[in-house]
Write a protein that binds this ligand. Structure first.
Ligand code: NDP
Ligand code: 8X3
Length: 252
């Protein structure tokens, strides 16, 4: 492969999709993953025509599949330069005493264990080559805890800690580990959290100007275009109307 290669998990919508498009425009060959094969197929038409593109359909919860598929990448796709661990969601927003075990399983299995499975498949190649960047998409929910955020916040605090651990352990290999922690970004995130309830989902982003997925992709672009001696280690990015996880200046 003549160009650098980026692997973006959760590229079927929102932040992951925007990152894939931005990196493709920078000239990266793109490996994009997600469960929705039709969305990955559609993504091809959003990428510059000359870009090499490898869509991979799997659920990050499926440990065997993750290791099998990423362990059998075609030879020319193996040397991944940038891994963006983005796949993730919130499921439900209930107090801890009534929260659903299925929702808790989903959040820990996808946001935490899925990130680990993908990383486990990709990191050995990076350490061998002594080259690579890992960008983990955390959240303001990984820095603060808010009412009814309990397990989602726990999963994103875990991402924050794991990212710091990666930066320490991978330091001798010269790898760069980046965390981006967004506040409210208008994507399909709330639609998933509220299980398809469009009205409730839209209300999350009403009365102020939320971040766009492209705003997060801009930070990814900044991180990957720094010279090799520079690591953008930890970025918290909020809409201007948002002061903390719970304080948003909304027009009534
Ligand atoms: P979206 O719902 O728009 O995108 C989520 C992406 O994750 C989709 O591409 C989805 O693909 C993928 N995904 C979810 N579950 C799985 C799974 N089991 N296996 C594989 N892929 C999966 O939300 P966002 O773009 O907003 O979210 C992206 C990341 O950003 C998440 O980690 C989220 O926690 C984080 N974040 C979001 C914020 C926001 O306000 N939107 C703020 C802070 C952080 P598919 O369904 O096709 O599998
Ligand atoms: C997504 C942002 O505020 O819903 O991580 O946790 S928030």
């Amino acid at each position: 492969m003549k160009n650098k290669i980026a692997l973006v998990t959760g590229a079927t919508s929102g932040i992951g999709k925007a990152c894939a498009i931005t990196l493709a425009k920078l000239g990266y060959s793109i490996i994009a993953t997600g469960r929705r094969a039709d969305r990955l197929k559609e993504l091809a038409s959003d990428l510059p025509a000359e870009v090499d593109y490898l869509p991979l359909v799997f659920d990050v919860r499926d440990r065997e599949k993750v290791l099998e598929i990423l362990g059998a990448l075609p030879e020319e796709w193996k040397a991944i330069d940038v891994l963006i661990n983005n796949a993730g969601n919130a499921h439900g927003m209930d107090p801890i005493q009534t929260g659903s075990l299925d929702d808790w399983d989903a959040m820990m299995d996808i946001n935490v264990k899925g990130l680990l499975y993908v990383s486990k498949a990709i990191i050995p190649g990076m350490t061998e080559r002594k080259s690579g960047m890992i960008i983990n998409i955390g959240s303001i929910a990984g820095k603060e805890v808010y009412p009814n955020g309990n397990v989602y916040c726990g999963s994103k605090h875990a991402v924050d800690a794991i990212t710091k651990g990666m930066r320490i352990d991978l330091n001798p290999f010269g790898l760069r580990v980046v965390a981006i922690h967004p506040g409210l970004v208008e994507t399909e995130f709330s639609l998933v959290r509220f299980k398809g309830d469009e009205k409730r989902s839209e209300s999350v982003y009403q009365g102020f100007e939320p971040l766009l997925a492209e705003d997060i992709a801009d930070i990814v672009e900044f991180a990957v275009t720094r010279p090799s001696h520079v690591t953008i280690a930890d970025v918290v990015v909020l809409p201007t109307a948002q002061a903390s996880a719970t304080i948003v200046n909304k027009v009534k």
